[in-house]
Design a protein around this ligand. Sequence first.
Ligand code: ZN
Length: 181
Amino acid sequence: MDHASLALLIDALSFAAQQHRNQRRLDPDASPYINHPIDLIRVLSVEGGVHDPQILCAALLHDVLEDSATTHQELLERFGAEICNLVMEVSDDTALPKVERRRQQVLRARSASQGARLIKLADKISNLRQIPPNWDVSRAQSYFDFAAEVINQFRGTHVELESLFELAFAKRPSDDVSKER
Ligand code: ZN
């Protein structure tokens, strides 16, 4: 990675940390939200061998439009059109209800660019590995199935990441028949 790309990546990390500074993950420790985008670039680069700086920057920024006050214009000015477009591609319209958001995400996955597909793969891998422990079985199952539906729209994108997705999906919780009602 050249110096300019490294600087851009550090700027994206810094910007994302700032935008998500008041948010926490839903894990028992209520970890800082930035751990999630950092996990995505770890999955992409360390596990998946994806080193494209634009894709890694967009992965760090993938939730700033959805989950912070960041605007499209701000992203465009600071990170340029390519990264901004990637972030747009992987962002849901938060004005829509959850069911419709999920439906749109599946539909849009079909025509997603290669970079957006890789970010989606890393996001779903990371999310399946870290389902919030307070989710009940049916909520977790529903998320696993939704994640698979998204990934199924672009099978054949990246062998390594898709096999990591399969490994994560294998942990889909089964119906808890022992649970008292
Ligand atoms: Zn995410």
